[in-house]
Design a protein around this ligand. Structure first.
Ligand code: GDG
Length: 496
């Protein structure tokens, strides 16, 4: 069987020395795939050095071979803090107001992708398949192709692909999209992102068409499909029974006697709608004086990308906003919002989810949102909490039994809270069962297998030249994506 090479900006396989709970579910799933296909995980070490050397640092961590490389400070600033986090991240989350269109960032982005390609090249063997992750690395396949790599290369975008009108605000948008056509397979979180991508291609690239289940543009052909990411539901159910989770659960329950705890867990990021969420919670406190003392919001928000000004500003605004709300509604023995800027272990988080009567997952834009799925996976089937979910999270496409809200509306957040906290057990159980079935079925293993199977791919259909050109419609590709998914599901069944 061919090996799998996973490439992501940061590399973080579970390290038994640090305890399993420090690693995210996605990292665990990718590490499991790498063990299965005896592959390599390649990426940036997270360290900077005075001069780039291309020196590979190879390690074996819990059965996974990890190869990392250090970057120069300028590269880090332009590629990571710059183009990735000040240009692509805000733009792809619909924040044109925060997007930096700085030419040096784009140059740094291309340069680092070239350096990564040169460093990775010697590790690639002829039969390997290469799976590249996320917006930091869009041009990596182009750079590998330039170096002569002909292996199958797939790309998965973890964040949304935005509407056409937003993409064209990027000075080098054509170049970026063209780079995606050096992949054999391009994966998006949702059909909506897929359609937005196709919408761009058909309106911006002359002669673009669909062909043999793929997209043809820039003289190249790539397949594109939606692969909604999931969580490791089984692992979460196991974590929730751990000692650490139970301890946290007991502590939380003791602290919220006579009160219902509502939880939010997010990186401190402007895409997560934290300001809108606390304003919605304030509206709830204002509108329901009778319930004020019965509810508290625990917002866990570990600090993220703190070197970027927009993140420092957001943190300052939230500190002020939450201070004001707590000042207005706290009593001597009660604070309505607990604002916690640190991260917890995964098992502790499982205990927090379990102790919560509702979760507020209200991003303004989100590729998927794994917290929504983790919350569901951690609930007690006999007495489940209620998920309040933004319609702008990719997860809302699958999790229709949640209370779906517009995160921009304080009233909708307030109404959903009132509904969640007064919902009877039968309805809670019915909604949770529906959500849990999905979380369990479309889990992270299914996601990974679907993608890898699709990338490994079917043999090319012959007679390409004889094919009548398919009309370039978004609809026909949508069918392609569905066919791809159906085939992947079949392949899974056969393997099972
Ligand atoms: C990107 C996309 C997409 C959070 N606080 C703690 C902690 N976390 C973990 C959560 C969850 C993960 O971080 C966050 O995942 P999300 O999906 O919510 O969001 P992003 O970080 O923005 O991820 C997103 C995802 O990629 C995957 O494709 O869903 O749309 O933006 O797993 O549990 N984990 C621990 N302690 C914390 O305090 N251990």
């Amino acid at each position: 069987m061919s090996r799998l090479i996973v490439v992501s900006n940061r590399v973080n396989p579970p390290n038994p020395a640090e305890g399993e709970s420090s690693t995210g579910g996605l990292a665990m799933a990718l590490a499991a795939a790498l063990r299965e296909y005896s592959g390599i995980w390649f990426g940036w070490s997270g360290k900077t050095v005075p001069e780039f050397t291309g020196q590979l640092n190879m390690q074996r961590i819990d059965g996974v071979t990890v190869a990392t490389v250090d970057l120069e400070e300028t590269d880090y600033q332009e590629y990571y803090n710059g183009y990735a986090n000040k240009t692509l991240w805000p733009l792809f989350h619909y924040r044109v107001d925060l997007t930096a269109y700085d030419r040096s960032f784009g140059q740094g982005y291309d340069r680092v992708n070239r350096l990564f390609a040169q460093t990775l090249l010697p590790l690639i063997e002829p039969d390997d398949i290469v799976w590249i992750h996320d917006y930091h690395l869009i041009p990596l396949a182009r750079e590998l192709r330039r170096l002569g790599v002909t292996n199958r290369i797939g790309f998965f975008l973890h964040i949304p692909w935005p509407a056409h009108q937003l993409v064209v605000t990027l000075p080098r948008h054509r170049q970026l999209v063209e780079a995606l056509f050096d992949y054999d397979l391009i994966g998006f979180q949702t059909e909506e992102s897929l359609q937005a991508f196709e919408g761009y291609v058909f309106s911006e690239v002359e002669g673009a068409k669909t062909d043999r289940g793929g997209l043809v543009a820039f003289g190249k052909r790539a397949r594109a499909a939606a692969f909604p990411i999931g969580v490791d539901a089984q692992d979460f159910a196991r974590l929730v029974r751990s000692d650490a989770a139970r301890k946290v659960y007991d502590r939380m329950m003791a602290h919220s006697v006579f009160r219902k705890m509502v939880v939010g867990v997010d990186r401190l990021d402007y895409s997560k709608g934290l300001e809108e969420r606390v304003i919605g919670f304030e509206r709830f406190l204002h509108d329901h004086p009778d319930l004020r003392r019965e509810v508290m919001l625990l917002q866990i928000a570990p600090i993220s990308r703190d070197e970027v000004e927009a993140y420092q500003d957001l943190r300052g605004r939230l500190d002020g906003l939450i201070g004001r709300i707590n000042g207005a509604y706290a009593e001597m023995d009660f604070t309505p919002i607990r604002w916690v800027n640190r991260s917890y272990r995964r098992d502790e988080l499982a205990g927090v989810y379990r102790a919560s009567k509702a979760a507020l997952v209200t991003p303004l834009r989100d590729g998927m949102n794994l917290v929504a799925k983790e919350f569901v996976a951690a609930q007690d089937p006999e007495d489940p909490g209620v998920l309040i979910l933004s319609r702008f999270a990719g997860a809302a496409r699958q999790m229709k039994a949640a209370l779906i809200v517009n995160p921009n509306s304080p009233e909708e957040i307030s109404d959903a809270l009132e509904r969640a906290l007064s919902m009877d057990l039968v309805e809670r159980q019915r909604r949770w069962r529906d959500l849990f079935d999905n979380v369990q079925r479309e889990d992270v293993t299914a996601w990974r297998d679907d993608f890898v199977t699709a990338l490994r791919g079917e043999p090319e259909t012959p007679d390409a030249e004889d094919d009548e050109p398919t009309p370039s419609t978004v609809q026909s590709l949508d069918v392609t994506a569905k066919a791809l998914k159906a085939r992947n599901a079949e392949a899974r069944e056969v393997r099972a």
